[in-house]
Design a protein around this ligand. Structure first.
Ligand code: EPZ
Length: 437
């Protein structure tokens, strides 16, 4: 897992349609939970196809901080041994910055009946409560307290429970699964999240010897086992990275073959791309998206899987900002996921946000501007907008993008995009061919 100098700006010269092939990496949101869950056995677990992004590296650093042994076999493969955990109190500065830190709570509670983890951070896209995680842990018999920003969960013993989730939540579904895999008896999770990464975590736990049935439906049944064992597991391809590059073809009027994907996971994204006028061709482990010049207006509402993913909402917002006609996007999962709209407006978009709905009056084209990435997916979407814009765009705070996209700028260059990453914008502008905004 490489460490790179802090280059926090992109300079993008718009106008080139992206075309060619891109290979998708492992799913960040599956990998984060799987890495955390790998410490639930004292044997060595091998995990393949991990994306080399900031969030996965922060998770591994936090685990090493409590004595977990992690061997980097190659950039995307690790061997984890959780037999030497010295304490169950996770406390590294970085861990507060990622949302998935809470998976260490479920993993440590499930294995040791005790865990102390800083409250999660993550993208500022809404209030992001953790009440359903707490509800699940308490139902299994844990005492949960939150003091000085640290969430503590302890139990004499964990016992099976019948848990009804009040909202469909990916994080709490996964976390309760982690805490329940070795709880005595049969735990049932109702109203469970069905995302592909929930299924991937269940499959990983089952390959470690767990007994989980129903993942991918809204009822998950877990029969507690006494221990978990070694396994070798490969993380599924990232549905959202794939969707981002699929929309890159639409936004830049290009033609991209997105390889190493599971087309089934992309169905709602493919359907929307066809609705706005793209051709989408499916292969066994690839999809090809070909734009046809005009982007048609449409209406989108984000929903839990298999609905249109909230993590693909900003990318759709950029495409619809370039559509012929008026579109709407309703964000039903998070309360603050239109932070990209202000930045897009600076590039010439006509978008009005009313409550959790954006009304988008499509325009013929966008122009380059100096903007910043407000969060992970908004940042990626704004980079796609810059690639379609007339002129040069500078994007600050691209570290947000690199939390979840491996080699994002390189993959765009390989598709013909004119993008560089730099820590010195002024110097780069002087030195290069970019037209100053
Ligand atoms: C995961 O976040 C992902 N992050 C998010 O991806 C993704 O947007 C989200 O799931 C929805 O798919 C990771 O997996 C690390 P939730 P999570 O719990 O688990 C409410 C990205 O871009 N809720 O499914 O935090 C919550 O407020 C990131 O990769 C409660 O009310 O999302 C939200 O409205 C951004 N109480 C809804 O549920 C709780 O205890 C869905 O949240 C938990 C959640």
């Amino acid at each position: 897992m490489s460490s790179r100098a802090e280059k926090d700006h992109y300079i993008i010269n718009g106008g080139n349609p992206l075309s060619g092939e891109v290979v998708i990496g492992g799913a960040k949101n599956a990998a984060l939970a799987i890495i955390a869950a790998s410490i639930m056995t004292d044997e060595t677990v091998t995990i393949e196809n991990i994306p080399d992004v900031r969030d996965t590296n922060v998770m591994m650093e936090a685990m090493e901080g409590i004595g977990v042994k992690i061997k980097r076999v190659d950039r995307h493969t690790i061997e984890v041994n959780g037999s030497c955990v010295e304490n169950v109190n996770i406390d590294t500065e970085n861990i507060r910055k990622i949302r998935a830190s809470y998976y260490l709570l479920g993993a440590l509670l499930g294995k040791y009946c005790h865990a102390e983890v800083p409250l999660p951070g993550g993208c500022d896209i809404g209030s992001r409560p953790i009440d359903q995680h707490v509800k699940g842990f308490k139902a299994l018999g844990a005492k949960v307290t939150i003091e000085r920003g640290i969430m503590k969960a302890t139990a004499e013993k964990l016992n099976a429970a019948h848990i009804y989730m009040d909202v469909v939540t990916v994080g709490a579904t996964i976390n309760v699964m982690l805490a329940a895999v070795m709880a005595e008896g049969r735990t049932i999770i109702e109203n469970a999240a069905k995302e592909p990464h929930v299924v991937d975590v269940a499959n990983f736990l089952n390959s470690m010897g767990a007994n989980i049935k129903g993942a991918g439906t809204d009822v998950i049944r877990i029969r507690g086992v006494s221990r978990l064992h070694a396994c070798t597991y490969s993380v599924i391809p990232d549905q959202i990275e794939a969707g981002t590059f699929m929309f890159a073809a639409a936004i830049t009027r290009g033609d991209i073959l997105v390889k190493n994907v599971i087309p089934k996971h992309l169905e709602s994204i493919s359907a929307k791309l066809e609705e706005i006028g793209c051709d989408v061709e499916e292969f066994d482990d690839a999809v090809r998206v070909t734009a046809n010049g005009i982007i048609e207006a449409t209406h989108i509402k984000t929903l839990p899987y298999p609905g249109y993913p909230t993590d693909m909402q900003p990318q759709a917002g950029v495409a619809l900002a370039l559509a012929k006609g008026v579109s709407t996007i309703t964000e039903s999962i998070f309360e603050n996921r239109f932070r990209y709209v202000d930045e897009l407006t600076r590039m010439g978009a006509h978008i009005r946000v009313e409550g959790n709905t954006a009304i988008i009056d499509g325009t013929d084209g966008l122009t380059g501007a100096h903007i910043s990435a407000p969060d992970l997916r908004a940042g990626a979407a704004l980079a796609l907008a810059a690639l379609a814009a007339d002129g040069t765009t500078i994007i600050d705070d691209v570290r947000f993008i690199e939390r979840g996209y491996e080699d994002f700028d390189q993959k765009i260059r390989d598709l013909g995009g004119d993008i560089i990453k730099t820590d010195d914008v002024k110097q780069e502008i002087k030195r290069s061919k970019f037209r100053v905004v």
